[in-house]
Structures are given as C-alpha cells and as structure tokens.
Design a protein around this ligand. Structure first.
Ligand code: HEC
Length: 342
C-alpha cells in the first residue's frame, strides 16, 4: 500500500529532545563564552524545528502535485497546494530573518507510490494533515522565538481547521464503528475479518513451526520471508478480503498498513478496532502480542537464537523488529472486508 504524504519517518516520530538537541550546528557562529554557546544552541534548535516544518510542507506540496498529475487538477488539492506554497514561503522568510540556511528540497523529484482512487488520495492527505498539525503542536509548545511561533501557529491552523476538513469531505469517510452496537452486517463482516485472521495465523504458524523443526530458526527466517506475503495473498483470495500484517517497528518495510489504519495505529492499540466507510466496507485492526517463541527472532539481542542476528542483518538491513519481550505488542493484522450485499 501507499505511504501517505508526510509519514516523515524521522520527523513525525522524532522525540522533541532531538529536535531541540544540544549540539550546535556545524555552521553555527564560532564564538566563545556561555552567552554565545547558549545562543548557538538556541539557533540550532530553532533551525531543526524550521527544517522539520519546511520538510513537512515540501513533502505535502510534492505529494499533492503527484496526486494531481494522476487524477487531474481538482479541488481540494488545487487550492490547498497553493496554501502549502504560502506556508513554505512563510518558513523561508524566517530563515532569511534569522540568517539561517534552508536545506534543499528532497521531495521535489520523489516518486510517490500513489493511491488507487481519488478518495484514497484524500484519505492519505487526511493522515498527512493530522500529522502535520501534531508536529506543529509539539514544536509550538517548545519554541521561544515569538515570530517563528506565530508562523507555526498560522500554518497549523490552516492544516487542522481548513485542509483537514476539505480532505475528509472528499475521502472515504472511514470512522470507528460503535463496538457495542454493530449492525447485523457489521457483525457478519467482523466474523469474516477474525476468520481470515485466524486462517492466516494458523497457516503462518504451521509453516514457521515446520521450518523451525527442519532447519532451526535461521532456516525459518528464509521461509518466513518468502512464504509470509504469499500466504497472506492466498488467504485474501480465498476469503474475498484483503489481509496483511504490519507493525510500529517493522522487519519488512513493505508491511505497511492501509491508509484507513494509519491514524488509529499511531495510538498503538492493544485491543481490536473496527472501522467502516461510507460505502459499507469494514476495516479491522487486530493486535498481535509477542509470545515467548517469537523472541528467538524478535527478542533482545541475548534472546535471539544463534545465527539469527546475522541472518536478519543480511536479509533485512532496515530491521526494526527486535527488542520485544514476551507480552509486548508486536504488531497487528489488518483486514479489509468488502460491503455486504443488500
Ligand atoms: C524464525 C524467525 C521468526 C520467528 C520465530 C517469528 N518471526 Fe515474525 N517475522 C520473521 C520474519 C523473517 C519476518 C518478515 C516477514 C516478511 O518479510 O513479511 C517477520 C515478520 C513479522 C511480522 C510482520 C511485521 C513486520 O515486522 O514486518 C509480525 C507481526 C511478526 N513477525 C510477528 C511474529 C510473532 C507474533 C511471532 C511469534 C508467534 C513471530 N513473529 C515469530 C521472523 C520470525
């Protein structure tokens, strides 16, 4: 599935401590004494915040441009992209005022994996605008420069009060359903979702166990890598749903969630969450906890089975799925169930 705009891997998930980080930028003025040192540190914090905001605005501009290249010049993208360009300009004016150097635009030539439908593109943009608002919120609370703060506040206001609403109106309308009182159709859809989850879990587990017995964990990694996506596709086809696995810390970066799940997953739910859209589709997010057997390949360094660390590093250079203990949230199954016929 697609990565929505502004799922900026570093910015959105970055602790504020890093943004405000202590070390002065390498090009900070070389002066000595406590006052100069704190001024430089202050500037480097401000620079990082400006860089983060600028990167996010540019990501949005590039993504919205790519959406319009695919779906045509259409509202709300056609007017919101102009607002984003004004946001970018307002930020650049702050670099000027402070004598700071803006980074180059790393999104201008980026090839986005675009959603299949216009409504999905709007949903992806909802995710982007919510995260943009949260990013500004976090920085506004920590910023001392009143002028930059004012710019951040205006940019944030436009995202949250204007853009978000416009994108929501044009999106699929995904929203959590009332878990206590689902309709009969939703009840049926929930059974399909958990049934598909059980089927996927059972066949993954069977193949994993067989591979472990035959050749130990290192052998099983290869089996998992090749078989897991294929098994998910088979279950999807057999049951007429879409199903997959995802995580907050993935091993395989292709295990991305569908757009409708993104914002819910930001809250790291440990209980099932069900959503529905306007057309009657149902989305299920079903948590996966870490069992003790899982730590052979997902645990702390000392819990990993012999040879596993090396095999993982070779196959998954961006592996983030170790360090889990028994009982920890490991990730989620997500299931998308089509609308029930009338
Ligand atoms: C033999 C090693 C091994 C064991 C044991 C193992 N896993 Fe994994 N796990 C993997 C590999 C390899 C992948 C990547 C598969 C892929 O490419 O989709 C993976 C992926 C996952 C994912 C998909 C999200 C991601 O991080 O990419 C989840 C969720 C997951 N494992 C949960 C578990 C759970 C729960 C257990 C215990 C029941 C478990 N695993 C046991 C090797 C293992």
């Amino acid at each position: 599935m697609t990565t929505p705009a502004r799922t900026i891997l570093f910015a959105a998930s970055l602790p504020l401590g890093f943004l405000l980080g202590g070390a002065a930028a390498p090009d900070a003025p070389l002066r000595t004494g406590p006052a100069a040192a704190s001024e430089a540190a202050e500037h480097s914090g401000l620079q990082r915040m400006l860089d983060t905001a600028l990167d996010d605005e540019r990501h949005a501009i590039a993504f919205y441009r790519a959406v319009m290249d695919k779906f045509g010049e259409r509202r709300p993208f056609s007017n919101i992209i102009n607002a984003e360009r004004r946001h970018e300009a307002a930020l650049l004016a702050q670099y000027d005022r402070l004598g700071l150097l803006p980074p180059s635009d790393r999104w201008a030539e980026h090839a986005f994996a675009l959603p299949d439908s216009f409504a999905d593109a709007c949903d992806a943009s909802v995710v982007a605008e919510v995260r943009n608002g949260a990013l500004y919120d976090e920085m506004i609370g920590a910023i001392e420069d009143e002028t930059v703060k004012g710019v951040f506040e205006r940019n944030r206001w436009a995202s949250v009060e204007r853009h978000l609403r416009a994108f929501r109106r044009h999106g699929n309308g995904w929203a959590p359903i009332d878990a206590e009182e689902p309709s009969e159709k939703q009840d049926e859809q929930r059974r399909k979702a958990t049934g598909a989850r059980d089927a996927l879990f059972a066949s993954l587990f069977a193949e994993l166990s067989a591979a472990m017995r035959e050749g130990g964990p290192v052998n099983a990694i290869g089996v998992c890598a090749e078989r897991a996506p294929a098994i998910a596709e088979t279950v999807s086809a057999e049951r007429g749903v879409k199903i997959g696995r995802t995580a907050h810390r993935t091993r395989n970066p292709d295990n991305t969630p569908p757009i409708w799940a993104e914002l819910i997953l930001d809250d790291l739910p440990t209980q099932p969450v069900y959503l529905a859209d306007r057309s009657g589709r149902l989305g299920a997010i079903l948590p996966i906890m870490t069992a003790s057997a899982c730590t052979q390949c997902h645990g702390e360094a000392d819990a990993l089975a012999p040879g596993v660390a090396g095999a993982l590093a070779e196959r998954y250079p961006h592996d983030r799925a170790t360090g889990f203990a028994e009982g920890d949230l490991r990730g989620w199954f997500w299931v998308e169930v089509p609308a029930e016929p009338e």
